[in-house]
Design a protein around this ligand. Structure first.
Ligand code: MF3
Ligand code: CO
Ligand code: CO
Length: 260
């Protein structure tokens, strides 16, 4: 019995370090997005957003994990309008657009990955509803996370909420385990059936990052090898949090530092 207790104690200390360090990396990533929210306005370019993320992360003695990741050239992803994910910051000026900014900080050996939508100037009511529904679907999925549920429970929660509003869930990209490596097992699908897939266990750390389209779910990747867009050119939105599974629930590691 004492050996079992000792093993449990060692396991718990392992989770504790992973959780504490992911929370530090996660708050730096969230802090970068808070900085973006302060300066984002019509006329800004997506490279200016990239610079703000790079500098904030650097000032916090962390690294931007996307920079040079598999050859990615910038510090964050900026995905505008019909771009689903992995948009590359450029001189593109924003005005009347929606944009997802996706930031990943690497600090003291651990990663925190998060993204938010921003509107620049006036956007359509449909775009607003898409963004709201995408955020709700992520938060609903997070709210059910605890030891013993299935990955399929997360996917089905998102899919149901999104499809009830008449939108579609992207299937070509998913959430992921995260920790000392940026992307690891398991794949966290944003669609699926309740009670299927891997069981979620205390101590797991992963992202939930639904990409939701106004039109069809299909995507294609542009010739730059990164930019994923909707096939039908309809708008797409995404939010992302990094979370940890606790004994009776979850902890969000990428919560905004701002009082909201
Ligand atoms: N942050 C993205 C994710 O949520 C991954 C970006 S990889 C990059 O998993 F190379 F495109 F930056
Ligand atoms: Co991610
Ligand atoms: Co991300």
């Amino acid at each position: 019995e004492s050996i079992i207790k000792l093993i449990l104690k060692i396991m718990n200390e392992g989770f504790k370090e992973a959780f504490e360090k992911t929370k530090i990396a996660g708050s730096i990533a969230a802090g970068a997005l808070d900085e973006v929210s302060k300066i984002i306005k019509p006329g800004i370019s997506t490279v200016e957003i990239d610079k703000i993320c790079y500098e904030f992360i650097n000032d916090n003695k962390a690294y931007s994990a996307p920079l040079f990741y598999r050859g990615f050239p910038k510090s964050c992803c900026t995905s505008t309008n019909h771009v689903v994910c992995h948009g590359i910051p450029s001189e593109k000026i924003l005005e009347g657009d929606i944009v997802n900014v996706d930031v990943t900080a690497f600090k003291d050996g651990w990663h925190g990955d998060t993204s938010r939508m921003f509107n620049i100037g006036e956007i359509s009511i449909k775009a607003e509803k898409l963004i709201k529904t995408t955020y709700e679907s992520m938060m609903k999925a997070i709210s059910i996370v605890k030891n013993g549920i299935f990955l399929g429970d997360i996917g089905s929660t998102i899919q149901k909420h999104v499809e009830d509003q008449g939108f579609s869930v992207v299937q070509d990209f998913c959430g992921h385990g995260i920790g000392e490596t940026f992307h690891k097992e398991p794949n966290v699908l944003h669609y699926g059936e309740k009670g299927t897939g891997e069981k979620i266990k205390t101590g797991m750390i992963f992202t939930i990052e639904p990409m939701i389209n106004l039109g069809n779910y299909e995507t294609k990747t542009l010739n730059d090898g990164w930019t994923a867009v909707t096939k039908d050119k309809s708008l797409s939105a995404q939010f992302e949090h990094t979370i940890g599974v606790t004994k009776d629930g979850y902890e969000i590691f990428t919560q905004s530092n701002k009082a909201s």
